[in-house]
Design a protein around this ligand. Sequence first.
Ligand code: LLP
Length: 421
Amino acid sequence: MEKNIEVIFNNFFRYKNNRFYAEGISVEDIADRYGTPCYVYSYNSLLSQIKKFKEAFQGFNNLICYSVKANSNLTILTIINQQGIGVDIVSEGEMRKAFLAQFPADKIVFAGVGKKDEEIEMGIKKRIYCFNVENEEEIDVLKKYANKYKKKVLCNLRLNLDMDVDTHHYIKTSKKETKFGIDMHTAAKILKKNRNNRYIEIKGFHLHLGSQLKDVVPYIKALDIVKKFCNDIAFTPEIIDIGGGFGIPYSSMDNVKDIKEFGPAINNKIKEIGTKLLILEPGRYLVGNTAVLLCRVLYVKKRYNKNFVITDAGMNDFIRPALYGSYHSVLPAKKSSGRCIKADIVGPICETGDYLAKDVEVPAGIKKGDIIIIGSAGAYCFSMSSNYNSRPRPCEIMVDNNRTVTIRKREEYRDLWKSEV
Ligand code: LLP
């Protein structure tokens, strides 16, 4: 069982008298009231993460744009908006959600390797702040609509630095064999070609190295490459968008450097380059550890010498372990001082890969009806959920001290077939 859970949860989720609490409410009460599986968010934890991030980067002109893909719940977006942060979007759906949550257009940045013409048109029409451009042909589409609406469009070129970073290979985005970004040679060519264009203004560069980076070193390494490139081509970027990637602890053993170490180091490098505005696109850092997933034990099965705890949450609700082999902490809602057993926590889906955790310690007396907590469930968890096996997606509940609100209703069975003809 995960020890030192405060490393992960910062005390917004914790045990009180051996019962697990989300802020001021026991998760068993939440599970009884709203059912399971159920995502539970801590409002005050979200505020605290936003504050820590802002403080870490203060001292240099910046625009923080929360990466909507991490969690696009409208309540979460609204809270983030209230804290003065903008958004990083990758689709028309995310753009629409950002506008629904009332983000000002001039705090929206649009990235993505495959922006459709309609999406580009909508972004220009709505006057979003800038486009992070991923290939040369995208510039032509941008020009077409900039011309149509007679607007000057601001762009940053997303660079592919062919740099390796220490994270899961599925979430590395700056190696040359990945689809992301433009190589430096082409970027130089695009800059030269579009220097005095009527409709396009290339202000600088966008980078996103990968996700769940635990150290500032790769960011500095990347900025050093950018600095040299800028010297070589005699171009001073007015803007550098460093992307996201800021890691969080999923376990108390995870050695993630404090965000306070990232801020000043990145700010200093940006100053050296002569850039005026730093854009940051944190996703996971802001929301990852602000939620847990509650699930209920359906069965406990012992076969040969292996234990399986079968829960009502599966890979459709929560796919990260199945997809990336990711570790998420597992905790019982009721802590016991007794013996523990090792078990795999698995879901009800018909896939061998459908597991939430492998070989983790659970109380020996675990039984049907008990509530299990899966940690670090705020980023890329609900947003990557699906209806696989025709399962309605879970509800999302937010806790603020002793108050709970539903921020997304549990899907109903009829939602499963409402679009089918
Ligand atoms: N900016 C860009 C251009 C991105 O592609 C991403 C994430 C972010 C910002 C936010 O990155 P973050 O700060 O959250 O690391 N589903 C995976 C993560 C995929 C990340 C994709 N891009 C996971 O569950 O780990």
